[in-house]
Write a new protein. Structure first.
Length: 214
């Protein structure tokens, strides 16, 4: 089983601009060779530029096809869809809604503000913020039910201090397995995980990593 080949789509978006309106246009490649879907996302993916109008079509049918392909290969494992950076420019709200319809129940974003926007759009499933939180941001996580990435001893301590038993912080531990960017070292991870597991104000929900040589 393999993902389908690349296809191309186009659409038009009109938005107001000082002194009138303009039409954006941008050609987007989609992983689908099937006929173009009738489900375009009618929203712009770049800043207005009346001198270089572009349009874009996101083929949601291709998205559905690829999700079903991954689900079939995952053999029952749950998928977490990464929809950071406005779903990589495809429109986070619309893409997330389609993924929900296909049974995806876990999503991830880069920053808490992205998670808040999804909550405001009515997304109720679990949302993991991949970037580590600053201590003064932790109230945003509990208020909007966002899962925090714990990638350092300091972040773990802040989560334990901020969380409450009646409003715990849901946390996923990030372990550095060789990428060398962010994450707990293999030496610090066991003790930190034990600390989080015992904290009444933290709900340890998962562990994740970037594979350096995947």
């Amino acid at each position: 089983m393999s993902l389908s080949s690349t296809g191309v789509g186009e659409a038009q978006f009109s938005e107001p601009f000082s002194g009138g309106s303009f039409t954006k246009s941008l050609r987007i490649l989609h992983v689908s060779s099937r006929p173009q879907s009738s489900e375009p996302i009618n929203q712009p993916i770049s800043q207005p530029d009346r001198f270089a109008p572009v349009t874009a079509t996101v083929d949601l049918g291709a998205l559905r096809h690829n999700v079903r392909t991954l689900q079939a290969r995952a053999d029952g494992a749950k998928l977490m869809a990464i929809v950071k950076a406005d779903a990589y420019g495809h429109g986070a709200t619309a893409v997330t809604q389609v993924l929900r319809e296909e049974g995806v129940r876990h999503f991830a974003v880069a920053r808490p503000a992205e998670g808040v926007r999804l909550r405001e759009a009515g997304i109720e499933e679990q949302i993991l913020v991949l970037g580590a939180p600053f201590p003064d941001q932790l109230s945003v996580y509990t208020t909007h039910d966002l899962s925090a990435t714990i990638s350092s001893v300091e972040t773990a301590e802040a989560a334990c201090q901020h969380g409450r038993s009646d409003e715990p912080i849901r946390a996923h531990v990030k372990v550095d397995t060789g990428m060398g960017r962010i994450g707990l070292s293999l030496e610090d991870a066991p003790e930190t995980i034990s600390q989080l597991s015992e904290a009444s104000g933290v709900l340890l929900a998962g562990i994740w990593t970037h594979f350096a040589t995947a």
